[in-house]
Design a protein around this ligand. Sequence first.
Ligand code: ATP
Ligand code: MG
Length: 317
Amino acid sequence: MTPDPTAPLLSVDDLVVQYHRPGAPPTRAVAGVSLQVRAGEVVGLVGESGCGKSTLARAVCGLTALAEGRITYDGTPVRPLRVRRRELALTGIQMVFQDPYGSLNPRRRVGSQIADGIRTAAGRGESAAELTTPEDLLTRVGLPASAAERYPQEFSGGQRQRIAIARALGARPRLLVGDEPISALDASAQLQVATLMRSLAVESGAGLLFISHDLSVVRLIADRIAVMYLGRIVETGPTAEVWADPRHPYTRALLAAVPKPDGAGVLPAELPGDVPDPADPPSGCRFHPRCPQAFDGCDREEPQLIAGGVACRLYAA
Ligand SMILES: Nc1ncnc2c1ncn2[C@@H]1O[C@H](COP(=O)(O)OP(=O)(O)OP(=O)(O)O)[C@@H](O)[C@H]1O
Ligand SMILES: [Mg+2]
């Protein structure tokens, strides 16, 4: 199949991902999500803990089975592997995980781990001229070339996250997925690393799906924002527009919490109740039990994401 040049790099359509527990109905951690990322675009995915962000990220990277819907990357369907090696085309998707301690092997030198990423690109048939060296990648993420000879534990959390980014970049990703890549870092390193991921992705024409709790960082680096609540996208749009005019009551509540003195966006106190259990979501609009603007019917009708980018009955035609 010839890829359509106007098509998004990543297209997630009506995706459902479920977790199974014995004797219980499945948990639909992702309950019907559609999302696109274009080449050169940074999409920020935000939402409270447990809303399904990591599950969505793992599905996009082919690490989780899809119950319904489909994911297409550059014309190739993304599915979890049944064989040991990922489909070659899919190695153009690289993920940077939240935990810079867990994602690097403590027993191998940094340079040799970054070389793994470069070999991935070579395996995809990238010409030798386009390949780089671990030392060059380390320099690009702001570390000395000599770091290649050292072991991960000789570095701070922020430095390790830079190493993980260098390893991902070595594979010359066309889609970089960052699942809370900055949350383990101290406040001063967070914006630096996020900005670095943005500039490295955009410079190489890659798409970046950037997942974060931290709305103030997402605001600064994302072209587009998608707000997730309990397995669904409730609002999406250009970051500046969503910030200037948040429409979904959940987005409004989230944005009302920013900026905090520590730079982190957390749910404001005026939102009543806890996040419901995704194994037993509320009927109708999943947000209705906590919504200050819920009205008759919100407990029965599940709103769909309309063209204006909001899934809320306040905006239904
Ligand atoms: N392996 C699993 N087995 C069963 N349930 C799971 C599993 N992983 C996640 N879940 C459940 O699926 C839901 C979504 O989890 P997920 O990790 O995707 O959320 P998240 O938005 O990434 O949260 P956080 O912001 O805390 O990282 C949660 O209710 C979680 O408890
Ligand atoms: Mg997560």
